[in-house]
Write a protein that binds this ligand. Structure first.
Ligand code: CA
Length: 269
């Protein structure tokens, strides 16, 4: 499944190590990457924010600007619980016959655990407060990597999807991964249960019929699913991750997401 996207992302991070020209930025960048390696994503963000964050001093024309923004978004994705290296480690070998459980890996990312009422349950749940914070961090990552909300009013209908064609294939694949998780996080957060927000497919299944997204959420998730399509197209038809993204888009009912299409998706899990 997602190996192609992850491998591409890993490669971009390695290349990043020798791409910088500005010595001041190079030091900050190395520090930020080291902090992210240690799981200190908020600290990594704080290192890069004065450079290329909202009030950063680095001009958009600086040759390091794009790389700095990539890393800034990675730090936010890390805050959202996405640990790319754990994720890679969870992937099966090419010749493995074990089915990779994407939802279980996602559930681990948001700190999900079986409910106390049923500790041996295979249905994983996330703490709703923690999930909400991580959904916000992922939203920031998508704003930085995909400019999904140019006027920053919380509504993504002003996202210029066609402008994202200028991104590299690896960047598009990374956006697709972040957007997929954003959709799963948002849907899960929309289904409160006694045990928390459902994160595994088994647990999400029970939420079919209860999803009631706001108009803005429906708009934003419709943009997110188009980012999944963008990443899938960039990876090409023979790519396993692309197949996985395509299946997700197809099952969720295409590019116009509504409460009805999500409830339908959950009922088919
Ligand atoms: Ca907007």
């Amino acid at each position: 499944m997602w190996q192609g996207a992850i491998a591409a992302f890993g490669a971009s991070l390695l290349i990043a190590g020798c791409a910088s020209k500005d010595p001041g930025f190079e030091g900050d960048m190395e520090k930020a990457i080291r902090l992210m390696d240690e799981g200190k994503n908020a600290e990594a963000y704080a290192v890069l924010d004065p450079q290329c964050g909202a009030s950063g001093a680095m001009p958009v024309t600086d040759p390091d600007y794009g790389l700095c923004r990539d890393l800034l978004g990675d730090a936010k994705a890390g805050e959202a619980g996405i640990n790319w290296f754990d994720f890679i480690g969870a992937l099966p070998d090419d010749d493995s016959t074990t089915e990779f459980e994407i939802t279980n890996v996602v559930a681990d990312m948001v700190g999900a655990a079986p409910p106390s009422s049923d500790p041996t349950s295979t249905k994983l749940y996330a703490d709703p407060t923690d999930l909400a914070a991580k959904t916000l961090s992922l939203e920031e990552a998508l704003k930085i990597h995909g400019n999904v909300d140019p006027n920053n009013d919380g509504d993504w209908s002003d996202c210029d999807i066609s402008a994202l064609n200028a991104l590299t294939d690896a960047e598009k694949a990374q956006l697709a991964m972040e957007a997929s998780l954003y959709i799963l996080y948002t849907v899960s957060g929309n289904i409160p249960t006694a045990d928390g927000a459902p994160m595994s497919l088994d647990a999400l299944k029970d939420g079919a019929g209860s999803v009631n997204l706001s108009a803005t959420q429906q708009t934003n998730l419709s943009v997110a699913i188009q980012l999944v399509q963008l990443g899938s197209a960039a990876l090409g038809a023979d790519n396993d991750a692309s197949t996985e993204f395509d299946t997700f888009v197809q099952e969720i009912g295409g590019s116009a997401i509504s409460s009805a299409t999500i409830n339908n998706y959950l009922s088919m899990l």
